[in-house]
Write a protein that binds this ligand. Structure first.
Ligand code: NAI
Length: 344
């Protein structure tokens, strides 16, 4: 099987080469992102392997289908960059539903601690032999209330970590799991209560029509003064302009963003020699209480291994049996509880 691999980075190759060789799948690595301009590169391949910032819209799907490419193997969990409804009947979409919830949850807590204990400031100071503590006062996490939106794989690991710090958790999920709510330190509440009572809010839900800009000006208005916003899920969960205004007015005390709505042309690339055209991102990055990482939360050795192994197994399983448990079903916007494994 020959797979065209888009948006390749050096850290992708070792694990994909290893599992590709083991399972008899050969990858042709392209640095280009998959989009309307680059889709021709997939001509002659059995499938394509894409990542979070590749664009799989109607035109790309039509072209892949015309070229006889049967599968789109996403090497990620999220699939908001794929027009799932349009893909129905044209191409099979496989994904990696979970590869390391710990990687993302731990990165989220790393961002939070860095921010509220001012580690990013202290690191730069001490490298310049500036050992002053002025302006570095933080606050304890112990006893604080954290709002967690999305209690799936990552949200649940994140909640466990927060409980370890002695925090109270207010959770919100469209599909709550009764075993998570202990009626005391972890409680499901509605969004309004979560916004009103949380000192920190962390997003762990997918990007859907329901969750688009779930943190917007109206939501921020309902929050406590100095609330800390954490987003390691998808950029468009947060209205970045509204966040910027709330930071300027000091309604938001700090923000940690691993994702950004307009990240696709910027993140994962070295833009250090370029003039950044996105004024909102530039202004956010310039703030002393904002930390931005470039969609890095997934990037651990364990996650890369799991991503490669599951992606390769998905491809092999689909070609051998025409079925794969990690095939996405457009009808239920994902595999959640989809009883119809043969959607096509
Ligand atoms: P999951 O599918 O296990 O959990 C998502 C949870 O969100 C589910 O419990 C679901 O019921 C809930 N949900 C769905 N719609 C909702 C709504 N309207 N309001 C509130 N909750 C809703 O997914 P997992 O593995 O926990 O991942 C969560 C998100 O993390 C992914 O969707 C992805 O966007 C992001 N992610 C980010 C990575 C990074 O490197 N920054 C890496 C991997 C995932």
């Amino acid at each position: 099987m020959k797979i065209a691999f888009f948006d390749t980075k050096p850290y992708d190759k070792p694990s994909f080469d290893k599992y590709g060789e083991e399972y008899g799948v050969s990858f042709k690595y392209f640095e280009a992102k998959l989009n309307e301009d680059t889709v021709e590169l997939a001509n002659g391949y059995d499938g394509v392997c894409a990542f979070v910032n590749d664009t799989v819209n109607d035109k790309v799907i039509d072209k892949l289908s015309d070229m006889g490419v049967k599968i789109l193997a996403l090497r990620c969990a999220g699939f908001n960059n794929v027009d799932m409804k349009y893909a129905y009947g044209k191409i099979h979409v496989l994904r990696v539903p979970a590869y390391s919830p710990y990687a993302v949850a731990e990165h989220t807590i790393a961002l939070l601690l860095t921010s509220i204990r001012r580690i990013h400031k202290a690191y730069i100071r001490s490298r310049d032999f500036n050992f002053s503590l002025s302006g570095l006062t933080g606050f304890d996490l112990h006893g604080k209330t954290i709002g967690v939106i999305g209690t799936g794989r990552i949200g649940r690991v994140f909640i466990d970590i927060c409980r370890g710090f002695g925090m109270r958790v207010l959770a919100y999920d469209k599909f709550p799991l009764s075993e998570i709510d202990n009626g005391d330190t972890v409680r499901y509440v509605d969004l309004d209560e979560l916004f009103a009572k949380s000192d920190i809010i962390s997003l762990h839900c997918p990007l859907t029509e329901d969750t688009y800009h779930i943190i917007d000006a109206a939501a921020l208005e309902k929050c406590k003064r100095s609330v800390v916003i954490l987003n390691t899920s998808r950029g468009a969960l947060v209205d970045a302009e509204a966040l910027l205004e709330a930071i300027k007015s000091r309604k938001v005390g700090a923000a940690c963003l691993d994702v950004y709505e307009e990240e696709s042309d910027l993140f994962f690339e070295d833009n250090s020699g370029h003039i950044l055209q996105d004024d909102t991102l530039a202004r956010l990055i310039s703030m002393p209480n904002v930390i931005v990482t470039s969609h890095q939360a997934f990037l651990t050795e364990e996650a890369l291994e799991n991503i490669a192994q599951t992606t390769v197994k998905n491809i092999v399983q689909f070609y051998e049996t025409e079925q794969c448990p990690n095939e996405l079903c457009y009808r239920c916007s994902g595999p959640k509880d989809c009883k119809d494994s043969k959607c096509f």
